[in-house]
Design a protein around this ligand. Structure first.
Ligand code: SAH
Ligand code: DHB
Ligand code: MG
Length: 221
């Protein structure tokens, strides 16, 4: 593979269009102190999330999987002052790191970090009638990705953009005999999408500073 070339091109795009200020740089660095060092999106992927959020005029965003708040900051920065971003995180220690980064970014007034298992937090979000969300970013544990997507549909409206990260996994999704639960989780979502009539969806393959992967991009019909 041309990994070096892909990384150089990613850096080229980043220098042109994926600028990280000090707040994003320090949030990116803080991810090494979380339970999943390196699992944040890249700068260019953060910018891509911003492009999508702007394209649907997002005012309300739901994120599943906060880690250090790196993607949260990219997304939160294109919300209006009266916007709202709810982000769900299993680990208290990650949420604390994310909270510090979000305060530094000045986004604390519009970002709500909720701690717990996403599947246990989502019913409350439905009951509180906070949705429908304009954009939903799924980026937590992979085995329940299909269930997260079903929740995203429940909390959406026609036009909502739903993104799911890490659905290609260096091409491991091609292995029909995969035993890795993460691979099986994203294969199940990708297959479900092929049959789902509620969304118009595709998968964008990504290369660059992160390993070869992909993101589901779906718009609710
Ligand atoms: N969106 C982040 C990266 C998220 S990494 C970014 O790009 O910056 C995945 C996160 O999901 C980790 O912080 C992990 O602790 C969290 N997670 C794992 N299982 C979870 C669950 N069941 N519910 C909520 N969060 C979960
Ligand atoms: C994994 C999860 C992520 O969200 C990511 O961006 C990279 C890797 C993982 O669980 O392996
Ligand atoms: Mg991810």
């Amino acid at each position: 593979m041309n990994a070096e070339l892909f990384e150089s091109v990613d850096n080229y795009i980043g220098e042109l269009l994926g600028h990280e200020d000090e707040v994003l740089k320090s949030a990116g660095r803080s991810v090494k102190d979380t339970t999943m060092p390196g699992a944040n999106v890249s700068a260019n992927q953060g910018k891509f999330l911003q492009v999508l959020a702007r394209s649907c005029n997002a005012r309300k965003i739901l994120e599943i999987g906060t880690l250090g708040g790196y993607s949260t900051i990219w997304l939160g920065r294109v919300l209006p002052l009266d916007g709202h971003l709810i982000t769900l995180e299993l680990e208290q220690s990650n949420a604390e790191i994310a909270h510090r980064n979000i305060i530094k970014a000045g986004l604390d007034p519009i970002v709500d970090i909720r701690i717990g298992k996403a599947l246990e937090l989502l019913p409350a979000i439905e009951a509180e009638e906070i949705g429908p969300f304009d954009m939903i970013f799924i980026d937590a544990d992979k085995p329940p990705y299909t269930e997260y997507f079903e929740w995203a549909l429940k909390l959406s409206r026609p036009g909502t953009i739903i993104v799911a990260d890490n659905v290609i996994r260096e091409g491991k999704v091609l292995d029909t005999k995969a035993t890795d639960e993460k691979v099986k989780g994203v294969q199940r979502l990708n297959k479900m999408l092929a049959e789902n009539k509620q969304v118009t969806a595709t998968i964008i393959q990504t290369v660059g500073s992160k390993y070869h992967d992909g993101m589901v991009i779906a718009v609710v019909n």
